[in-house]
Design a protein. Structure first.
Length: 217
């Protein structure tokens, strides 16, 4: 039995456009993000999508709803709060430059070695990584044969890839790019861990103006 999971980073929000750190803040899609979500819907319309899963955050839900509505089966997105982005405490709503100014260069250090930086009032990194590991174990067990779409966040997808590839988390974050509305694919069988088929495919967005790459959150 084979199953495929498409991991989608939510489409653009106004805070993404302004390069503000979102984390657990509930920010809706921007007008441009809604266009990206429509492109995702068109991309998945020809797939036999059996299920759509999303975090509870609005930017993720709005992206998932667009994908589900564009699929001929009219699947209803299933909300799972464990798919939410890492809560980033006192940094939320700030730009990287503002974080560095207020917290003595902490964002710069975080981008190079996130496991060494303690963010005030944030979800502990190891707790976040365990949460991500457990929710994907659950999704792999319950998603069934065929194709499913999981809409979540850059930090969530990065944490999962670090686990699957048995990669150093800090090193992976320095080298990995995950765009808004980008698609990463996993294929799973009964004989071992999932295979990573591709990471951050954005060809479905080529007809849209290309924004500057936004941060993870």
């Amino acid at each position: 039995m084979m199953k495929r999971l498409y991991l989608v980073r939510h489409a653009q929000t106004v805070w993404n456009r302004e390069n503000r750190i979102q984390g657990g803040s509930d920010v809706p899609l921007s007008p441009f993000g809604r266009q990206q979500a429509e492109r995702l819907a068109a991309c998945f319309a020809s797939c036999q999508v059996r299920g759509v899963f999303t975090s509870h955050l609005l930017r993720s839900q709005q992206t998932a709803q667009a994908i589900a509505a564009g699929n001929g089966h009219r699947v209803t997105p299933v909300i799972d709060e464990a798919l939410a982005e890492m809560h980033l405490g006192a940094w939320e709503g700030l730009t990287p430059a503002e974080v560095d100014a207020r917290f003595e260069g902490a964002y710069h250090r975080w981008r190079h070695a996130p496991s060494t930086v303690c963010i005030p009032e944030a979800e502990p990194l190891e707790q976040f990584r365990v949460r991500v590991r457990r929710v994907f174990e659950k999704l792999l067990a319950c998603s069934g044969e065929g194709e499913s779409v999981v809409v979540s966040h850059g930090g969530v997808i990065a944490a999962l890839l670090a686990d699957l590839l048995q990669a150093d988390y800090d090193a992976l974050l320095r080298r990995l790019r995950l765009d808004n509305a980008g698609i990463t694919a996993l294929e799973c069988g009964n004989d071992g861990p999932p295979h990573v088929l591709w990471v951050n495919v954005t060809t479905h967005l080529e007809a849209l103006p290309q924004p500057e790459s936004a941060g993870w959150c």
